[in-house]
Design a binder for this molecule. Structure first.
Ligand code: ADP
Length: 552
């Protein structure tokens, strides 16, 4: 237990005391990067552009709108929205005026959406026109919501027989933008994100202004995502998926140009926007990039400005990193989670790594990275005892951070273990603090008392040119408790029949992993189910294979 020294014994520093508030990010961008552009593909279909100065004025109008609607401080403001400028205005207008911006993942099941809106007690819900049918299906069971506001102008307002909807642009037009951001305690709640709740009900991570600002600094660092005023950044990761990994905060902090892709997230649309808008960097989950890279290869597209992309949210297969490298795009592999705001670690070389071979460097960069300042990590065994950082021992990964939750919203029991947050991931850590996630603890395969890393098997299999996606799951086994089953989706145009591809994959795996890790069977499917955040839904996949029996 660290010793605490009382204030009375301390000589206090004589520095200005200013609370770390989210409004400050946009004030900074509007003052010092006033003409830097924010470009958005809109649900209306066109491309919209304006500047940080315009965004600031409209965010203040949002704050005034919430005042006029008599929404009190700390009230939760729900959003069902794509990545776009109006969503950004709501981020700042709500948090900046001491309300809580509650982004909701519209891809969740309707029951989960109702649960989340009610649990958060949202008072206002802003939504893109796309989500009108969804709003109609939940609104009757969401009694706390006083205003449903559609994020469009009067000309594009959808019609609803059941919901009394208000028009965003009409409400905004009533406000002058002549508004001064309030000041308050930096520990006040700023935004709320629910985990997708693959097991049980979703749980809310309630971020503070302080944690968000500190996370933004960390995200912008060069050894982190490297967000600067020189970049034109396209966050593909949705603003409803852990605040697009903090990019909507880190961009104004750095003065980076933003390009929002709106609702069109297919490979062709993303490529088009990257080229048209001279995007230099992006961020998203592997499944999104799988679509983009296929399109790039098939259409022989050559990027002119696109240089880097952050991939995280689930393990990025080394084959994907290499495929991007061939196109001149550097992949930055990052790990994190909702409860960590979300960024915990980023794969970047250290100075000493530059003397290593390309293969060794690639191996480091394929791991989940090392923690940036502000995050600490450790791995422990079943008894909670710390394991060595020797890249061999693997155990439950725990984290401690300025931007990690200490409890869930509305839940009294603390999830912490001796002040550490159990991430639910199983990992190794090497002597340079690079983390390698071997599995989510829910997905581990325990064979004869030993763990087999499903992620490692997937990484090897997805390197095969005829494989589009591979998931490895545990299936009960009479002798070994569990054994790995590899489920594969073939790439479009794959020519091998199932038996041939199976043999090829087993050959590949035999070269790369221990014999007892080899999957006992490989099966081919049309598609692997995805979660609401675009990750392989292994729980669902295990359910689909619940009656699978091993070949004799
Ligand atoms: P959800 O539980 O809703 O999917 P998160 O997006 O918070 O919510 O998911 C966090 C989890 O995603 C982590 O605990 C980890 O299992 C997985 N994850 C995130 N990034 C990576 C990565 N780079 N490699 C492997 N797993 C990752």
């Amino acid at each position: 237990m660290a010793k605490i020294i009382e204030n009375s014994a301390l000589l206090m520093g004589q520095m200005m005391s200013q609370p770390l508030l989210i409004s400050g990010l946009l004030v900074h961008a509007a003052r010092h990067h006033a003409d830097t552009e924010i470009v958005s593909r809109r649900t209306e279909g066109d491309i919209h552009r304006y500047t940080y100065a315009d965004c600031h004025t409209r965010a203040k109008q949002v704050a005034q709108m919430l005042d006029r609607l008599q929404i009190a401080p700390s009230a939760r403001i729900g959003t069902f929205a794509w990545n776009g400028y109006r969503h950004l205005e709501i981020y700042y207008g709500s948090s900046g005026s001491a309300r809580v911006c509650h982004t909701i993942n519209p891809r969740l099941f309707v029951e989960q959406l109702r649960y989340i809106v009610n649990h958060a007690q949202d008072q206002v819900v802003f939504f893109d026109t796309t989500f009108m049918p969804l709003i109609e299906s939940i609104q009757a069971q969401c009694p706390t919501v006083k205003y449903w506001i559609c994020m469009t102008d009067a000309d594009h307002m959808p019609h609803s027989n059941t919901v009394n909807i208000h028009c965003y642009e009409t409400l905004l037009a009533q406000e002058s933008g002549d508004y001064e951001w309030p000041t308050f305690d930096e520990r006040a709640a700023s935004s709320l994100c629910y985990t997708s709740g693959t097991t049980g009900n979703p749980k809310g991570a309630l971020y503070s202004h302080r944690s968000t600002i500190l996370h933004s600094y960390a995200v912008a660092l060069p050894d982190s995502l490297g967000i600067t005023a020189r970049e034109s950044i396209m966050p593909v990761v949705p603003m409803f998926h852990v605040n697009a990994w903090g990019i909507p905060y880190a961009c104004p902090l750095a003065g980076a140009r933003i390009v929002f892709p709106g609702p069109k997230l297919d490979g062709a649309s993303l490529c088009e926007l990257i080229e048209q808008e001279s995007v230099t960097m992006s961020a998203g989950v592997p499944t999104i990039w799988a679509g983009l890279i296929q399109h790039v290869i098939a259409q022989k597209i050559k990027f002119t400005t696109f240089k880097r992309t952050v991939i995280g949210g689930s393990a990025c297969p080394p084959a994907m990193i290499q495929a991007f490298e061939k196109e001149g795009v550097q992949v930055i592999h990052a790990w994190g989670m909702t409860e960590l705001s979300p960024v915990g670690s980023v794969a970047q070389l250290k100075q000493k790594d530059y003397s290593k071979s390309k293969t060794e460097q690639d191996q480091i960069l394929a791991k989940q990275g090392r923690p940036m300042f502000g995050v600490d990590i450790k791995i422990v065994d079943e008894k909670g005892l710390a394991l060595p950082h020797d890249s061999v021992a693997f155990g439950d990964l725990l984290a401690k951070s300025f931007w990690a939750i200490d409890s869930y919203f509305g839940v009294t029991d603390s999830p912490l273990v001796d002040g550490w947050f159990p991430t639910g991931d199983v990992a190794t850590i090497d002597s340079d603090s690079h983390i390698q996630i071997t599995d989510r603890s829910k997905d581990v395969i325990k064979s004869g008392g030993e763990w087999i890393s499903s992620i490692e098997l997937e990484n090897v299999a997805s390197a095969h040119p005829e494989v589009a996606m591979a998931a490895c799951i545990a299936i009960a086994h009479p002798k070994w408790d569990e054994r790995p089953l590899l489920v594969v989706v073939k790439r479009e145009g794959a020519t091998s029949d199932d038996a041939t591809l199976k043999a090829k994959l087993l050959d590949m795996l035999t070269e790369k992993v221990a014999k007892w890790w080899l999957p006992d069977d490989i099966v081919f499917v049309k598609q692997i189910p995805l979660t609401a955040t675009g990750k392989m839904a292994k729980l669902k996949l295990r359910e689909e294979f619940s009656s699978y029996t091993w070949p004799a």
